[in-house]
Design a protein around this ligand. Structure first.
Ligand SMILES: *[C@@H]1O[C@H](CO)[C@@H](O)[C@H](O)[C@H]1NC(C)=O
Ligand SMILES: *[C@@H]1O[C@H](CO)[C@@H](O)[C@H](O)[C@H]1NC(C)=O
Ligand SMILES: *[C@@H]1O[C@H](CO)[C@@H](O)[C@H](O)[C@H]1NC(C)=O
Ligand SMILES: *[C@@H]1O[C@H](CO)[C@@H](O)[C@H](O)[C@H]1NC(C)=O
Ligand SMILES: *[C@@H]1O[C@H](CO)[C@@H](O)[C@H](O)[C@H]1NC(C)=O
Length: 514
């Protein structure tokens, strides 16, 4: 079986990061010592007298003169603005390193830290990427400098979230610890009956997935069996390597037993059994008990549990275009305009399409364009709600040829014609979360987040080559009286309760509506 690229790269990187961190610590210690002795003049030569001194000194000098200078240039235009700003101000998430320079007393040491040393020779400011679908060590070094994110631990926890119990990291992916800058997590949610989507999704994503499963009452057993089946029986170990499962259920619907992962993961699943997630969806406990689906609880659990700085909160039936992760991260590392020139908070929307039932999801934008021309692909929800997923410059996006690297295609705002836009985007955990009082049945469950993004003046940096494809099958509008009734109740609640709250918390901005 082929070991995923990502894991090989991870191994090499771990080494590099370890070595880098040794150099790092020494640099910080020396710097701190220098401050202590009152000698803080920059540029003073300080030569550690050790036998390994030579090599390290060379690296330190390199760090001090070139990389630090380069980093200062790279961030020069944000430096002053950030320094003036209060802690309240939103700093674009891809620039979080700059925050380290805000503290004045420790600023020299901190600059030292943000100018991450490395064995990679960054002679030129332009990052030359030979293969956009690979993350080189240069790219990773730049990302680490640029993002300045904190790595998270990866332990199972039992938590409460309002009326919901959450088994966070219930079954963890085998990828082990992941540094926050080195990948992107696809975060999603669902009932076990949606797990047929997981394999096609992971095969295209090839990076960590954080999945929150709603498993009330007797839905728990088929959920556990589905997890086991997907890890053991689907013919490759991508789900085992990449997917971390969280479970949640209301305290009014606690499963009669909660299997212990350490026990059930000891033996492998009987793969002659049919996939436990292939069921008539009206037979689930959730449907039998007529429960609403707490979609935003699932979204928030999955997103908040991600180990990486960047996240793609999405719906499990939306399959990403292949190589999205390395291509996106190479773009971030290049840090060209508008990434480098805008200081507004930003997210990166991804265009969404539906394809006919008998078709395979396209793997490149060029292939998608052929399918759009012969009508086997259409813009998402074209026949359900044509305006809901319209994106700024959407027609132009569809006709623009696939570029050879990931770029920002257009910077849009959630205003004017796009005032109700509910895009799916790559963002970070600094973006507003989703209101957990809203249900999927009530519709428009992402509207409140969209409103906050608008008030905070987010920029929507639409990606040129990236796209999401819905599980094959084109959807048409069908009237659902029951859901419409729940929907109108939910919109009244948003209008009368949530909107006034958000106005108090975030203020108002003309052009932003809920
Ligand atoms: C940083 O670069 C400037 C020119 O941009 C140069 O004058 C200065 O000496 C450099 N500083 C260090 C510490 O290398
Ligand atoms: C950096 O790269 C650019 C374009 O590739 C080139 O024109 C420039 O001379 C390089 N600068 C240095 C210092 O190598
Ligand atoms: C595995 O499942 C198949 C089909 O249900 C059954 O016939 C077989 O006996 C099971 N094997 C074991 C070892 O339980
Ligand atoms: C699912 O079950 C319901 C009732 O239990 C039934 O009415 C429906 O036809 C079934 N759907 C399918 C696709 O079998
Ligand atoms: C449309 O294009 C796709 C991709 O090339 C192809 O698989 C499909 O057969 C085509 N369908 C029709 C109806 O031409």
């Amino acid at each position: 079986m082929q070991v995923p690229n990502f894991l090989i790269m991870l191994g090499n990187r771990r080494n590099l990061i370890f070595r880098v961190s040794i150099v790092f610590n020494i640099a910080v210690l020396l710097y701190a010592a220098m401050h202590y002795s009152g000698n803080s003049a920059p540029g003073v030569d300080w030569v550690p007298i050790t036998s390994e001194g030579l090599e390290r000194t060379a690296e330190l000098r390199y760090l001090k003169e070139d990389v630090r200078n380069e980093t200062m240039v790279r961030f020069a235009e944000f430096g002053p603005r950030v320094a003036e700003s209060t802690s309240q101000k939103v700093v674009p998430s891809t620039m979080s390193t700059v925050k380290k320079t805000v503290s004045s007393t420790a600023s020299d040491v901190d600059k030292k830290i943000s100018a991450a040393p490395s064995e990679v020779n960054i002679v030129n400011e332009t990052l030359d990427v030979y293969d956009e679908s690979v993350l080189s060590e240069t790219t990773l070094t730049l990302l680490r400098q640029l993002l300045g994110c904190n790595d998270k631990d990866f332990l199972p926890e039992t938590l409460q979230r309002g009326e919901f119990w959450v088994l966070k990291n219930y079954v963890r992916a085998n990828h082990g610890a992941i540094a926050c800058h080195e990948s992107i997590t696809y975060t999603t949610h669902g009932g076990f009956e949606f797990l047929d989507n997981l394999l096609p999704l992971v095969e295209r994503w090839m990076a960590p997935v954080s999945l929150a499963i709603h498993a009330p009452g007797s839905d728990m057993m088929p959920t556990v069996n589905s997890i086991r089946y997907l890890r053991d029986c689907v013919g490759n170990d991508l789900i085992l390597q990449y997917v971390t499962f969280h479970i949640f259920f209301s305290n009014k619907h606690i499963p009669s037993t909660i299997p212990v992962p350490e026990d059930f993961l000891k033996t492998s699943y009987n793969c002659s059994e049919p996939p436990p997630y292939i069921v008539n969806s009206s037979s689930t406990y959730k449907q039998q008990k007529n429960l609403l689906y707490p979609i935003n609880v699932g979204r928030n659990i999955a997103r908040g549990s991600a180990l990486t700085h960047f996240v793609l909160p999405s719906d499990i039936e939306l399959y990403p275009s292949p190589d999205l992760v390395p291509k996106f991260l190479n773009m971030i590392a290049r840090n060209e305009a508008p990434l480098s020139t805008s200081s507004k908070p930003r997210v990166f929307p991804i265009s969404i399409f539906e394809i006919a039932k008998n078709q395979n999801a396209p793997t490149t934008k060029s292939e998608l364009q052929v399918m759009l021309r012969n009508k086997t692909a259409i813009p998402f929800h074209k026949y359900v709600c044509p305006t809901c997923h319209n994106i700024p410059h959407g027609k132009e996006w569809m006709t623009t040829l696939e570029g050879n690297q990931m770029e920002v295609f257009h910077v849009g705002k959630r205003q004017g014609k796009f005032v109700h836009w509910e895009p799916i985007f790559i963002g970070t955990n600094q973006d507003p979360f989703y209101d957990e009082r809203l249900s999927w049945e009530g519709k428009q469950d992402k509207m409140t987040q969209g409103y906050v993004l608008c008030v905070k003046d987010y920029e929507f940096m639409i990606l040129n080559n990236a796209f999401l494809v819905h599980k094959p099958g084109i959807k048409y509008y069908t009237k659902n009286v029951k859901r419409d009734k729940i929907g109108s109740r939910q919109s009244a609640y948003v209008r009368n309760v949530i909107h006034p709250e958000l106005k108090k918390l975030y203020g108002v901005k003309s052009g932003c509506v809920l």
